[in-house]
Write a protein that binds this ligand. Structure first.
Ligand SMILES: C[S@@+](CC[C@H](N)C(=O)[O-])C[C@H]1O[C@@H](n2cnc3c(N)ncnc32)[C@H](O)[C@@H]1O
Length: 163
């Protein structure tokens, strides 16, 4: 989202407004349809403090999932039959505070929850590619804190490929 018009003019920062009218965007009228869409949204509220105030990571769980549902419907509208969507995400759990045996169903957001939304919005899954988080992310201090609180960490992201 960093604006770098001098060095990367092809990257145009744009904030998707959850309440916005996307039907009026120029991309809707374009004759060219994308071959590939890469969607790497915030993993719910993870890093919410680091993203802009317009970030969807500030939304409630329900509004965040509803935003994605509307966004996937929008992506269908701007796609052609063979457009591929690469969706990057991971299970979201309160991995800093919630011990594994206190985890309740429906509390986190798991990749299968995203899959449910894809099925509902007409996207069909062809691949799930595992993309492990780096060991820098899981340094000794973080792992030790999780061990003390008996927290089961999330160690991988996934790239879902859909058509
Ligand atoms: C997991 S990061 C993806 C980072 C990206 N793949 C990269 O390499 O820079 C999620 C990104 O989504 C952006 N984001 C959050 N809400 C957004 C919104 N409403 N519209 C556009 N981007 C948003 C955040 O600013 C953040 O850069």
């Amino acid at each position: 989202m960093d604006d770098r018009p001098d060095t990367r003019p092809e990257i145009e920062p744009y904030h998707w407004n959850p309440d916005g009218i996307w039907e009026d965007l120029p991309v809707m009228k374009s004759k060219d349809k994308p071959d590939l869409i890469i969607c790497d949204p915030p993993y719910f509220d993870k890093k919410a403090d680091e993203y802009a105030k317009e970030s969807i990571s500030g939304l409630s769980r329900q509004t965040y999932l509803k935003f994605l549902e509307n966004f996937f419907i929008f992506l269908k509208k701007i796609s052609k039959k063979n457009t591929r969507l690469a969706f990057i995400n991971s299970d979201w759990r309160d991995f800093q505070h919630c011990p594994a045996d206190k985890e309740e169903p429906g509390q986190g957001i798991l990749v299968v929850d995203y899959y449910d939304i894809f099925k509902k919005t007409g996207w069909a899954l062809t691949h799930v590619i595992q993309a492990p988080l780096s060991s820098e992310r899981f340094n000794a201090g973080v792992v030790s804190a999780m061990q003390k609180k008996k927290i089961l960490g999330v160690v991988s992201r996934y790239v879902m490929i859909l058509r």
